[in-house]
Design a protein around this ligand. Structure first.
Ligand SMILES: NC(=O)c1ccc[n+]([C@@H]2O[C@H](COP(=O)([O-])OP(=O)(O)OC[C@H]3O[C@@H](n4cnc5c(N)ncnc54)[C@H](OP(=O)(O)O)[C@@H]3O)[C@@H](O)[C@H]2O)c1
Length: 325
């Protein structure tokens, strides 16, 4: 049984708030501290979630001896510095996706985790949910044969006029880094390989200058193809489909499976089946407990840090096509 790790939260935005709320549902967790660039915001956040300590700088939290694990919930471009510093100060780290915005950044962070012998996980929460684990078992069983085509989508509607990091080009805003990273991660997981060819088309927002709609197609060494659509100013749409030589699988909710009941459908030569996962759990609580189990040596990471590097290669490739350097 892993010990209860003491968590420190960096950043008090939307995702940090949701994640911290879900920490209450995790078994091996104690909320210890929160840090914001603004001390008042940190104090308010700490009061809301009963965190014993709060700080007006990220560095102070990283140096807090009572913190075992740091959660990094800042914009993509800010992950690297906090992750490197947290690892160097002996903390384990759960870093929001995408871990780094370039392969180089991911390499640096992973090298630091190795050097300091700390656990570093990229917060692709869907990977720790039993739905994804079961899906991987079905694929491994050969039930749908050889993978031919992988399709996925992650679209949502960001229509507010107020400032949003997702529309800020300087922070690697746009759908690609925000939600495209899920589709790339999923396609690579299903293919069990890295793409040899990546093609994309996109539509930039007139005001934002970032990709607000994007479609991509990737080819894997076996010849299988993965295509995905993302949109951040669209109607919500999330799904995934895997087509094999002997059947296909439809996953209606691949990214945020419901904690009480989720399912996917297999249409195979032998029989059709709905695979139902009851009480699979909250994705963010599962993520925190998974990290504790990895720290305790009870399990291997379901989201290996190296995976972040291979995702970053694809992300960076598409970003460079969109924006040049
Ligand atoms: N896994 C998931 O389901 C999921 C969902 C949504 C987002 N995310 C990821 O979580 C990360 C944060 O996204 P979010 O939606 O929480 O963004 P957000 O609401 O804008 O919050 C980001 C926080 O980062 C801090 N920050 C540091 N430097 C900043 C800067 N230059 N500009 C703005 N904020 C800055 C701020 O906290 P302080 O002011 O307190 O310092 C801010 O509140 C992203 O990497 C995103 O991809 C993951």
């Amino acid at each position: 049984m892993p010990e209860k790790l003491r968590w420190g939260i960096i950043g008090t935005g939307k995702m940090s708030t949701l994640f911290t709320r879900c920490l209450a549902g995790a078994k091996h967790v104690r909320l210890q501290a929160v840090a914001s660039r603004n001390k008042e915001k940190a104090a308010k956040f700490a009061a809301e979630f009963n965190a014993p300590s709060f700080y007006g700088s990220y560095t102070e939290l990283i140096k807090d001896k009572n913190v075992d694990v740091v959660y990094v919930g800042t914009p993509h471009t800010h992950h690297r510095d906090s992750v490197l510093s947290a690892l160097a100060n002996g903390k384990h780290v759960l870093c929001e996706k995408p871990m780094g915005v370039t392969l180089l950044e991911c390499n640096e962070m992973i090298a630091m985790a190795r050097k300091t012998n700390r656990v570093l996980l990229e917060a692709f929460m869907y990977r720790v949910h039993p739905q994804t684990i079961r899906l991987q078992e079905v694929l491994k069983s050969g039930r749908i044969g050889d993978i031919r085509t992988i399709r996925s989508a992650f679209c949502y509607g960001l229509f507010s006029d107020s400032y949003n990091v997702r529309l800020d080009k300087d922070l690697r805003g746009g759908g690609l880094y925000d939600v495209g990273c899920y589709c790339i991660n999923f396609s690579r997981m299903v293919a069990g390989a890295e793409p040899t060819r990546v093609e994309a088309l996109w539509k930039l927002g007139e005001e934002s200058g970032v990709d607000e709609t994007l479609s991509c197609i990737m080819q894997f060494p076996s010849g299988s193809l993965a295509m995905f659509d993302i949109g951040i100013r669209s109607t919500g749409n999330s799904y995934a489909e895997i087509i094999g030589s002997k059947g296909r699988i439809i996953i209606p909710n691949p990214w945020k499976p419901h904690p009480v009941k989720s399912s996917f459908h297999i249409y195979a030569e032998d029989k059709n089946e709905e695979v139902v996962i009851n009480n699979g759990g909250n994705i963010y609580s599962l993520e925190a407990d998974h990290l504790a189990e990895v720290v305790a040596g009870e399990t291997k990471p379901l989201i290996p840090a190296k995976d972040a590097m291979n995702n970053a290669i694809v992300l960076e490739q598409i970003w460079k096509r969109i924006h040049g350097a």
